[in-house]
Design a protein around this ligand. Structure first.
Ligand code: ATP
Length: 455
């Protein structure tokens, strides 16, 4: 099965984009569009296009800037061809000095453009160019671990990456399931193709269906244009379905069919389109229980869990917390251009002993906050807001409460004050403290905070 080559067209003129898109699609390319340089760079953050065709003159970020940013961020793993008018040839040559693969003069024979594209495609597929995206990810994530279970997981990943086995990732919210899915992709021979992540809980059932399968123009009210679904978009690469336990029964049936036949049908069409992707799913639900309760199809469950990997919560791999603290400290220090020298002793003690209900996400957010608010280059706990409760000397002589009780009291007060700080807006609070909305709602229910919120 041939993998479709993806090309991103960046042009502020919709007609121009459309004209090129028609030509490229007729040649079997999969085409994405961006109407500005900014939009293109945003798109590339989440989706991989090996080739970008970019207009030179655009309002806002011009083609040259887009080229520079792409080269800085993705180096040789993305090639750029610049479109230009006759008058701008000199600047186009300038662009080539900056690393553009080539340029195309608007109005010339489109065959010239197709020839350039074929050349770029060949170069990209030579295999000499390893994925710089994977390299970029290496810098953003810390995989080094002192924890035995995590070591085993990393070694399983190496064995699994280059197979096509479906992988099911289990673990609490924020433990890094998506990061692990991305790592599997980066280590696989699909690394140069797209990694498409979808969080199933963010979509209503109807929306999820059209998001995954795509739709034809007029398939339903509001479907004004044809849209390629995420399964098609991931062709040749990896699909990561987060919160798989949330999908409706109807989609489970359709999804099972995709896995069995390796084809999809866009909504509003009965044409079978072949798709080739590696599937990684994740959930923090107990899927076996969901199967027993008939909420999740047993046949689908056995399809998606060829390899199951359970990622431990951060509190069960405490030996990694210290390295993570310094890893995120360095990351934010660089990102925020702050001169950070050390972590204050009490703060370090607190960070090493805290339970992290929001796991790595929470630790990462805490360190970001500490770096942002740090003074004199020191990370200090006062800046942890709701969580700042230095050990009080006077408490030491008091009888210590049982752990569960103390934790309960702490959590109740913690979640209440965090909610209060954000005007009881659940989404904002969850974001700020680094846990999922669902987790926060569970805590609100667990501690009956709703009554207090209503007062
Ligand atoms: N090994 C790691 N190194 C650095 N950062 C990490 C690592 N693992 C996770 N993170 C960070 O923690 C946050 C949560 O990770 P991720 O989204 O992968 O978790 P998740 O288990 O998929 O969460 P959810 O179930 O809520 O979707 C992200 O910001 C991610 O960048």
């Amino acid at each position: 099965m041939t993998k479709q080559f993806k090309i991103l067209i960046v042009d502020d003129e919709a007609e121009q984009r459309e004209a090129i898109k028609i030509i490229l699609e007729s040649k079997g390319f999969m085409v994405g569009e961006a109407s500005s340089g900014g939009e293109a760079l945003d798109l590339l953050e989440g989706e991989f296009y090996p080739l970008v065709l970019c207009d030179y003159i655009m309002p806002g970020i011009n083609g040259l800037e887009v080229l520079k940013r792409i080269k800085q961020l993705y180096g040789e793993s993305i090639e750029v061809i610049i479109f230009t008018g006759y008058g701008d040839v000199e600047s186009a040559v300038e662009a080539m000095k900056l690393g553009a693969f080539g340029y195309f003069i608007k109005g010339n024979n489109p065959d010239e453009l197709l020839l350039e594209i074929e050349k770029a495609k060949k170069l990209l597929s030579l295999g000499k160019k390893h994925s710089l995206i994977a390299k970029k990810n290496e810098k953003r994530y810390l995989y080094r671990t002192k924890n035995q279970k995590m070591k085993e997981i990393l070694s399983i990943l190496e064995d699994v990456a280059n197979t096509n086995a479906n992988v099911l990732l289990l673990g609490e919210s924020g433990v890094g399931k998506e990061v692990i899915a991305q790592k599997i992709h980066d280590m696989s021979d699909r690394a140069k193709m797209p990694f498409v992540a979808i969080n199933c809980q963010y979509f209503s059932s109807n929306l999820l269906e059209s998001e995954l399968f795509g739709h034809e123009k007029g398939a339903f009210t509001g479907a004004n244009e044809k849209r390629i679904g995420r399964f098609e978009e991931a062709n040749g690469g990896t699909v990561f379905l987060d919160e798989i336990g949330e999908i409706s029964n109807e989609i489970q049936v359709k999804f099972l069919r995709v896995l069995e036949n390796r084809t999809i049908e866009r909504l509003g069409s009965n044409k079978q389109i072949p798709v080739d992707f590696r599937l990684i799913c994740a959930t923090n639900r107990d899927l076996i229980k969901e199967v027993k309760n008939y909420n999740f199809r047993e046949d689908l469950f056995y399809r998606i869990n060829t390899i199951t990997i359970e990622i431990p919560p951060l509190r069960k791999r405490r030996e990694d917390i210290e390295d993570m603290i310094y890893f995120f400290m360095d990351m934010y220090k660089e990102e925020l251009k702050k001169d950070i020298k050390e972590v204050d002793n009490n703060t370090l003690k607190f960070l090493l002993n805290y339970d992290y209900p929001g796991n790595i996400r929470e630790l990462k957010n805490m360190i970001e906050r500490l770096v942002v608010l740090s003074k004199n280059g020191i990370l200090k706990m006062d800046n942890l807001g709701a969580i700042s409760f230095p050990v009080k000397e006077s408490n030491r002589s008091q009888k210590v409460a049982p752990y569960e009780k103390a934790k309960e009291e702490f959590e109740k007060e913690y979640f209440y004050s965090a909610l209060k700080q954000h005007d009881f807006n659940v989404t904002k609070t969850a974001d700020a403290i680094g846990i999922s909305r669902r987790q926060l709602i569970n805590k609100i229910n667990e501690y009956n905070l709703r009554q207090e919120m209503d007062h």
